[in-house]
Design a protein around this ligand. Structure first.
Ligand SMILES: C[S@@+](CC[C@H](N)C(=O)[O-])C[C@H]1O[C@@H](n2cnc3c(N)ncnc32)[C@H](O)[C@@H]1O
Length: 290
């Protein structure tokens, strides 16, 4: 689980939103990065911290005519087949808390939905160490009450209830099925009660845990290797809980960002990013090193 992001990027995703945003970011996010790149000198060197498979580099690269020099780091292993098609130098397994660059090296340091996953005290100090005087920074971060984070917290709560209340009952159902036990119907009734209760809390969040799909799958495929299927489902559920707990921590961590920025000799402008559907997608922090 430790290497969740390496595993994620190895699947070839471009953005951190999996199947939900398959091509690169658009709308307000794209607009914000286009605006940022329009302020840079055409020969600027740019460092992207927590780059993933390089979505921001790709966005900025296509934003205008330029001669930018791109550098990008991430603590995870990045997918070679994807980053080899992007301009610049990509470094996997590099932590934001210890950047392998000289002082005052870059004209711009950027990050999107990434810096808040790090230890901000160290990573922000590092970002401003490697940024030249007069250089620009822009960070877009998750926030606790954003329309991206909030629904995911409902899914996390539901997934945790599935783990604590449903899993043993499901395991018992599989035992009953394998043994051809008459208690199957009793067990189905217990699970049905749990499902009804969970659906009354938040059906959308419950649906995202994939419990119902897996439960129906078990009932329809009684003759397959249900133990293996069960352990795959369990692994997926643990992965979901890990990923969303990490998101929760990152979003909480963003609260510390304004005070971290204030400790440095930089200007700070903070903007809530609201898209055209009135969705609060995160907060943008930008400024110049003085
Ligand atoms: C939500 S993804 C964002 C990726 C990309 N910036 C984007 O907008 O698509 C968060 C990324 O931050 C990276 N990350 C988390 N903690 C980090 C740290 N301490 N140092 C460097 N990268 C980190 C993860 O490996 C992951 O690739």
């Amino acid at each position: 689980m430790e290497d969740y992001w390496s595993e994620y990027w190895s699947q070839g995703y471009i953005t951190s939103f999996g199947q939900d945003i398959k091509a690169n970011y658009s709308g307000k996010l794209k607009e914000s990065w286009n605006k940022f790149s329009s302020l840079l000198d055409e020969n600027a060197s740019i460092l992207d911290v927590g780059t993933g498979n390089g979505a921001l580099i790709d966005l900025i690269n296509t934003s205008r005519r330029h001669n930018f020099k791109f550098f990008a780091v991430d603590q995870a292993n990045l997918k070679k087949e994807i980053i080899k098609n992007l301009p610049g130098t990509f470094l996997s397994n590099v932590n934001a808390e210890k950047l392998p660059f000289n002082d005052e090296n870059f004209n711009a340091v950027i990050s999107q939905f990434a810096i808040e996953y790090s230890d901000l005290k160290s990573s922000i100090t590092e970002c401003f160490r490697v940024l030249k005087k007069g250089g620009r920074y822009q960070f877009i971060c998750h926030e606790e009450n954003s329309d991206i984070v909030q629904p995911n917290m409902d899914i996390l709560a539901s997934a945790q209830r599935v783990k604590s209340d449903f899993i043993t009952e499901l395991k018992q159902l599989i035992i009953n099925i394998k043994e051809g036990d008459e208690k199957i119907n009793n067990q189905k009734a217990i699970i049905y009660k749990l499902i009804t209760k969970e659906n009354s809390i938040n059906p959308h969040a419950f649906n995202a845990t994939l419990f119902i799909s897996f439960y129906n799958f078990v009932l329809k495929n009684r003759n397959i290797d249900l133990d293996t299927a069960f352990s795959l489902f369990n692994k997926e559920l643990e992965g979901l809980i890990f990923r969303l707990s990490d998101l929760e921590k990152a979003a909480n961590n963003s609260n510390e960002l304004p005070s971290c920025l204030e400790k440095h000799n930089v200007s700070v402008k903070i903007e809530k990013l609201i898209d055209k559907d009135n969705q609060y997608i995160g907060t943008l922090y930008e400024g110049i090193k003085i």
